[in-house]
Design a protein around this ligand. Structure first.
Ligand code: G3P
Ligand code: MG
Length: 244
């Protein structure tokens, strides 16, 4: 089973922050880091899960209504007096590029199923290309239209189709978005493995943060593997990366 850090090491550190990514990058045996991107009012790629900044920062309102400078004013309490800020995608790449060159991957989830974020595909693909990091990136989205655009702009991109159920991921593929991999919830494996043989199946926590509290490495990864899951996005990857 391949282990990914979901929004970084997001159980112990604030999700989608440089701190959470730095902790994930230190893990031996980690396959990759998942993160979520959106666009600021002035068109910068910001790494944040919710469309609103309310849950994760001391601010209020929609992320798209903030300029980057305004967004950078918002504070994320990281405990022990440490304050984090919503990072830009450039800042994340500055931090992780050396680890990417060593084989770590990033799954960039385009957060555009609620708000379309016109031009986000062009921006992220341009940035990744500029840095020559194409082979280290997996793109994903709940929007098949967005993934179709990613495929058009970057024919060689690795692309994962997100949805709750694996049957719905497969259904969306029929529209021709050209995704390579399936990204269902780990509770949404509603087909036997032979129905999706040959796909990588990277599974996430089903609408909950997963795990929600420290498990001390007690998730039954072998059982998930028997269902056909090849990779899992975990908030507590540090409990499952035994190192290599
Ligand atoms: O990409 C896997 C997972 O992150 C999808 O759901 O809501 O956590 O972004 P969400
Ligand atoms: Mg995500």
């Amino acid at each position: 089973m391949k282990i990914w850090a979901h929004r970084g090491c997001s159980l112990m550190y604030p999700e989608n922050t440089l701190l959470a990514f730095e902790k994930a990058a230190e893990l031996k045996g980690l396959t990759g880091i998942e993160l979520d991107i959106q666009l600021t009012k002035d068109g910068y790629l910001a790494v944040c899960h919710d469309e609103k900044v309310d849950r994760t920062t001391d601010g209020r309102g929609m992320l798209r209504d903030f300029t980057l400078a305004e967004l950078k004013e918002l504070k994320i309490d990281a405990g022990e007096g440490r304050v984090e800020r919503i990072p830009t995608m450039e800042e994340v790449l500055d931090l992780l590029e050396p680890r990417l060159r060593e084989g770590l991957q990033i799954n960039i989830e385009l957060k555009n199923s609620m708000l379309p974020y016109e031009g986000m595909e062009e921006k992220i693909i341009g940035l990744i290309r500029e840095r020559g990091l194409q082979e280290h990136i997996v793109y994903s989205s709940f929007s098949a239209l967005s993934l179709e655009k990613v495929r058009r702009l970057e024919p060689g991109a690795r692309i994962g189709m997100l949805d709750g159920k694996i049957s719905d991921c497969l259904y969306k593929l029929k529209g021709g978005c050209g995704a390579d991999d399936l990204h269902p919830s780990m509770y949404g494996i509603d087909l036997p493995p032979e129905k999706f043989a040959g796909f990588r199946v990277r599974a996430w926590g089903g609408g909950r943060l997963y795990p929600e509290k420290p498990t001390g490495n007690r998730l039954d990864l072998a059982a998930l593997e028997r269902k056909g899951i090849t990779d899992v996005f975990l908030n507590e990857p540090e409990a499952y990366c035994v190192g290599e």
